[in-house]
Design a protein around this ligand. Sequence first.
Ligand SMILES: *Cc1c(COP(=O)(O)O)cnc(C)c1O
Length: 391
Amino acid sequence: MKSRITVELASRVKSLPPYLFATIDRMKQDAKAKGVDLIDLSIGDPDIPTPTHIVDAMKTAVGKPEHHRYPSYEGMFSFREAVAAWYQRRFQVSLDAGNEVLSLIGSKEGIGHIPLAFVEPGDVVLVPSPGYPVYPVGTLFAGGESYFMPLVEQNSFLPDLGAIPQDVLKRARLMYINYPNNPTSACAPKAFYEEVIELAGKHNIIVCHDAAYSEIYFDNDKPVSFLELDGAKDVGIEMHSLSKTYNMTGWRIGFAVGHKDVIAGLGKIKSNLDSGVFQAIQEASITALETDDRVLAGIRNTYQERRDVLYEGLKGLGMHVIKPKATFYLWTKVPQGFDSASFVTHLLEKAGVLGTPGNGFGAPGEGYIRFALTVPVARMKEAVERIGKAL
Ligand SMILES: *Cc1c(COP(=O)(O)O)cnc(C)c1O
């Protein structure tokens, strides 16, 4: 007799928080089914295509048979050298391509996997909140416990390191930080990184700085790298992505750099779970990393124009908006009488504009909404007009 098995999810999957974008996707589908001309400001995915010279490099690379075989998990040496050269040029930080650089299948992959290398069941991971959902999920999958560090406006959306209890610090193995920050758009001053380095050294905590937005900055005000600071390489690593910098979210490539033992530990996980990044993508990414800064300035200008339209527009409507110095997000307080969820619903129903509820990134995000700058200026102007009518 054949019987049907019962499929039971593992407890780590059952205890996952609801996927932030699942509800939003449903709302989006409903609106589209009703024929709403939706202006979607909820997605953190560039609408601008990958620059042509990178696509052309890929077309050439994909034809080379040597790239059709398994890549190495740590990345081609030539790719790692290109990363080291980019770091030198952009941040004046020297890296050894041999043991301080690791390729990633997008930085999400590295962020999600790093706790598996260093976190024991019951260990604490320090996680910013609101924040990128992968930090607590990677922690959960490793059996660790997230301690959420609130990012609030009064503290410029920097965690108050002095407020973390001593017993939490004793159990902490890993700390995620992320500047320029998603979703708040805040940047961190060097003094904050100094505090982080001191705390990490004192309590033996590995620092993982997520720098996915380091190249999406405005007014020529360049964010610094965590690794520019004295002692940073002794306590942690930095993760970067080609996704946001070069409009390559679909290509899946990023990298981790810094402390060689941390890089080696993460590499150990990767060598057992994945087989690296398609070499043709790595070769095209070398071209990407060598991109003339004028091309990137063009991309930044596009976002800056949109930022100005949305920031000035919403401010003109009397909304409390934080002016981003970097990232492609606007973090905005919802008006009196609303919470994050009710304001998102209100804007969708009355304006056909979709934002992301701030509380979806963690409880301290309640009372905020995140707008992404991923639609053209004309649509952005229309969004402001429609929001004005809906208020
Ligand atoms: C987009 C994003 C990433 C990375 O994305 P990948 O495409 O996986 O490199 C990492 N961190 C934050 C905060 C992001 O918003």
